[in-house]
Design a protein around this ligand. Structure first.
Ligand code: ADP
Ligand code: MG
Ligand code: MG
Length: 931
């Protein structure tokens, strides 16, 4: 059987996006559910791949295309290349993943001198005819023949100037005819050939050009940046669609819309339109369009048709749609639809509302949100009470606030951004070729274009703040400055933009954390009902703990005690403890630390009332609490210098007497006093004492210095060699728990030992805990609930998990250290030296310190979980490395049966959603509760 390369909209399978591309599949689907789509057909992505391989259309593809053109002629009653009622088409790209603006589309194809006359005669509208004609020559010239826009734009500008037209729409038919003639000359000049008159030849060239755009630099860069793999999208389809005209007068127009507001989620058609214009105009930002809300007044009948389209699209797709439409003489056509990209706030609100409207299930409400999107919600905003006067106001195109230095082009943005500067990309309008500048920019500001302009769409997709259409800013990117009223801004000046309200401020404006919205609370409440994994937070202070609890943490999975040691009021005592030469001296320092630690723990337990708090005993090597050798040497050198200076001052009178008796006479009074006070100072031995003390520390620092501190004397090894340190901490934890219990605060402390490699290490520490537990319960006369467990961050510990579980009631994977140990990479060295090239060379697919290495580290985890649970079936197992907040890694943790993940406070919401999704993915969404 012959291979089918081409599908009419009536026959294509709307579910097969891989084959038909997203745009093509949806055009088919919309046609089949009876929406008003202009007739057309799709040439498949397979045909594209075959074309790219051989640089010509595969066998049969052209014939099938021609047959479908004949069918189109029949359906429309028009003739392709006909003089009377000419058929014109658009040739549009579209792959299975939406890549807005990355590939090419040609409109008005089929126009030539003959069909142009036909079109004009038919419509009785020469202005419309010439407008379509000049647009076609430019688009075809650019896309199919590779002639840069600037040549055409220059001709347009000079025509406008010649006839005093301020906007495109002000040009009359004869001006456009003149422009078209100039355009034809531009084409002839660049290609050395006349513009192709044969519509079939135009069609074939255009199809080839669209197919080739798949491998254009822009498209390739985009796929790389957004990690679009061949499995996700391979080749672009070509859609050939009968043209409908939005530029046929004031009862025509074009626009783009969202079925709900993509910035807030509000259930109201949101978008923009232009009267008497063709599709490209809205996106390109040539004129600033009107909000769809205005259409209700201006074109009520069209607005009614739009509302009907809204209802039918959402009822069918059960998802917010982003659609393109054109109105031709009062009739609405839908030209494209796809799932709307929204910011986090809008995703949350639409999830909650669509569930309540009965449009989607709870599972869908949870599954449709990418957990990492929630990070945006927790992104900084300008302080609500900030009252500064904005320099200018544009359109709120993508929410969030950002400050940075102005740059006027994408290349500089990329360069300076990569160098670590905070950058705001400022342009008249952006184009797809500016995309690399977006990646490095903190935010984007444009002086033209609407909320659906390229800049706005791309910024929203990336979750970056954007203000668009800020017409008050006059940008001169050659002189590299921008003028707003009285103010002139130069490249490198700092501005702040607020994409939530469109305001632009001079200088840097302070930002505040965003609020945890009601919609987020609702959705995450649903997530918690579904999820099997619990989500804990890593928190070291009562403030951290309180904040994590607001984010929905179900306890603390990692409380690092060393953070407490580092605060300035404690460090001297900690240093005393380290420098102690005898056990008694050390104990004296520990006795002073005990009440401080006890108070810390009490604060955290109270903040986490009723929830488990896992405290890790001291982990880092001791030298981290002492100054470095270099710093000490420098300080000692300074002190020596000072001592010498003092001595010299003391001797000054005698020296002066020798040098000049006259001068000595003159100053003898003051000098005498000076010398006396210097002597007094010296007798105080201040500097001597300081030198002595520093030298002692230096000696200790040298003694503590290790070749490889991260693999040295740290963690449980400290607890074994200095038992009194761990005992003090254990006592503080237990006493804090006892005190809380006495006050009626329910607490669940869990004591966790870091860096365990052997079972014996764990047993030793366990014996301290058991002993102190009894003592504390006796002295306080109250029962204290405590659990004892081990971190698993050493390879050997994972291998010994079965025996470890005899002592440990819980395990917590410290996947940062475990990853280092499994790879034998030191993280710092790896990330600074070779990991980037490992990733670009695809030796590793991801940075294993960010994305859990399931194949290696994951295997160790699996083994440890299963061995541990053989010993102790109810063994609680968690993860407290950074991976605990990464959705893909969370899914893995779910799949190997962990009890909880623990991550930093602000990532808790992300982890809660990811945990629910992991469960839904495992059960195929089958946990239908109340849906
Ligand atoms: P993109 O993927 O860049 O949006 P499209 O293929 O969707 O490219 O087309 C670009 C613009 O041209 C859109 O505004 C679209 O609505 C408009 N357009 C495409 N085909 C037609 C057509 N047959 N009639 C009228 N306008 C069209
Ligand atoms: Mg489109
Ligand atoms: Mg560790």
């Amino acid at each position: 059987m012959k291979r089918q390369w081409v599908f009419a909209f009536e026959e294509g399978d709307g579910k097969n996006k891989m084959l038909l591309g997203g745009k093509g599949a949806n055009l088919c689907e919309m046609t089949q559910i009876g929406l008003n789509v202009p007739p057309g057909f799709v040439i498949t992505t397979d045909a594209c791949l075959a074309f790219l391989e051989k640089d010509r259309l595969p066998e049969g593809a052209l014939d099938q295309t021609l047959a479908h053109m004949k069918a189109l002629e029949k359906k429309t009653g028009k003739t392709f290349g006909g003089a009377d009622n000419p058929l014109l088409v658009s040739v549009r790209s579209g792959s299975s993943m939406s890549m807005p603006g990355m590939m090419d589309t040609v409109l008005n194809l089929g126009l030539n001198q003959t069909t142009l006359k036909g079109l004009i005669a038919l419509t009785g509208n020469p202005r419309f005819g010439y407008d379509a004609w000049r647009r076609f020559i430019q688009l075809f010239g650019k896309i199919a023949l590779g002639i840069g826009d600037e040549h055409f734009d220059a001709a347009m500008a000079s025509i406008k100037a010649r006839y005093g037209a301020s906007q495109d729409v002000d040009l009359k038919a004869e001006h456009l005819a003149e422009l078209a003639t100039e355009f034809l000359a531009i084409v002839a000049r660049h290609t050395g050939k006349p513009f192709p008159e044969d519509p079939y030849q135009q069609l074939e060239i255009a199809i080839g050009a669209v197919f080739r755009s798949w491998n254009g630099k822009r498209a390739i860069d985009y796929r790389r940046q957004f990690k679009i793999t061949k499995e996700m999208a391979s080749g672009t389809a070509v859609n050939v669609v009968t043209m409908v005209f939005g530029n046929m007068g004031s009862d025509s127009g074009t626009g783009v819309g969202f079925t709900r507001n993509p910035g807030t989620g509000e259930n109201l058609i949101y978008g923009e339109y232009l009267v008497n214009a063709q599709g490209e105009d809205v996106v390109a930002g040539i004129r600033t369009p009107k909000a769809i809300a205005e259409m209700e007044q201006e074109m009520p009948e069209i607005y009614r048709q739009l509302q009907e389209l809204h209802a039918r699209l959402e009822a069918h797709y059960a998802e917010v749609q982003d659609f393109e439409f054109t109105i031709e003489k009062g009739r609405l056509y839908c030209l494209q639809t796809r799932n709307g990209k929204m910011n986090a706030r809008a995703m949350l609100r639409t999830s909650v509302e669509m569930y309540r409207e009965g449009l989607i299930t709870r599972e869908k409400a949870l599954m449709r949100i990418d957990p990492t999107l929630l990070e945006q919600m927790l992104a900084p905003q300008l302080a609500a009470d900030f009252k500064g006067k904005p320099l200018a106001t544009g359109l709120p195109a993508s929410p969030g606030a950002a400050s940075g230095k102005i740059v006027f082009d994408a290349d500089s943005a990329e360069e300076r951004g990569q160098a670590g500067e905070r950058i705001i990309l400022v342009r008249e309008e952006t184009k797809p070729e500016d995309i690399h500048g977006f990646f490095q920019a903190q935010g984007i500001l444009t002086s033209r274009g609407g909320k659906t302009s390229h800049a706005a769409v791309v910024a929203r997709g990336m979750g970056k703040p954007c203000v668009s259409g800020c017409e008050a800013i006059i940008i001169d990117d050659v002189a590299r400055r921008a003028v707003i009223g009285e103010t002139t801004l130069h490249e490198g000046d700092v501005i702040t933009i607020d994409g939530s309200n469109g305001k632009v401020y001079a200088g840097e404006v302070p930002t505040v954390e965003a609020e945890f919205s009601e919609d987020m609370a609702t959705l995450l409440g649903w997530a918690d009902e579904v999820a099997r994994l619990k989500v804990m937070a890593n928190a070291d202070t009562p403030d951290d703990a309180a904040r994590a609890r607001k984010f929905g943490a179900m306890g603390i999975g990692l409380c690092r005690t060393e953070r407490m040691f580092n605060s300035s009021d404690r460090l001297p005592i900690v240093q005393e403890m380290i420098l102690a030469e005898t056990v008694e001296e050390r104990q004296a320092a520990l006795d002073r630390l005990l009440p401080i630690q006890r108070a810390d723990f009490k604060g955290i337990f109270k903040a986490m009332k009723g929830l488990p708090v896992t405290v890790r005993l001291l982990d880092p090597p001791m030298h981290e609490f002492l100054p470095t050798t270099a710093q000490l040497e420098l300080e000692i050198a300074h002190l020596h210098h000072m001592r010498d200076s003092i001595k010299a001052m003391e001797e000054l009178p005698e020296t002066l007497k020798l040098l000049s008796p006259r001068l000595y006479q003159q100053y003898s009074d003051g000098l005498g006093k000076l010398s006396v006070s210097m002597k007094a100072f010296k007798d105080g031995h201040l500097e001597e004492d300081a030198i002595h003390k520093k030298e002692k520390i230096l000696k200790k620092v040298r003694a503590l210095s290790e070749v490889n501190p991260m693999l040295g004397h740290r963690g449980v090894r400290l607890g074994i060699t200095y038992p009194e340190i761990y005992m003090m901490q254990i006592q503080a934890i237990l006493e804090a728990a006892a005190l809380c219990a006495k006050e009626g605060t329910e607490v669940h402390p869990e004591i966790m030992v870091p860096q365990v490699a052997t079972v014996e290490e764990l047993c030793r520490i366990h014996s301290y805990v058991k002993r102190l537990h009894k003592v504390v319960e006796l002295t306080h006369g109250i029962k204290v609930d405590v659990k004892f467990g081990s971190m698993l961050e050493v390879v050997r510990a994972c291998l010994r998990a079965g025996r470890m579980a005899e002592d440990a009631e819980f395990f917590s994977f410290g996947t940062n250290d475990l990853t280092q140990a499994t790879f034998s990479f030191s993280r710092e060295d790896a990330e600074n030296k070779f990991l980037p090239s490992y990733i670009s060379e695809e030796i590793l697919l991801d940075n294993p310190f960010e994305v859990l290495d399931q194949k290696g580290v994951g295997e160790l985890m699996k083994l440890a979980v299963s061995e541990g649970r053989k010993t102790r079936p109810d063994l609680k197992v968690g993860i407290c490395g950074e991976h605990g907040g990464h959705p893909g890694s969370i899914q893995f943790c779910h799949s190997i049966g962990l009890t909880y993940v623990s991550c930093s406070g602000p990532r808790v919401p992300i982890a809660r959603l990811a945990a629910a999704q992991a469960q839904l993915l495992e059960t195929g969404g089958a946990v239908t509760k109340n849906a």
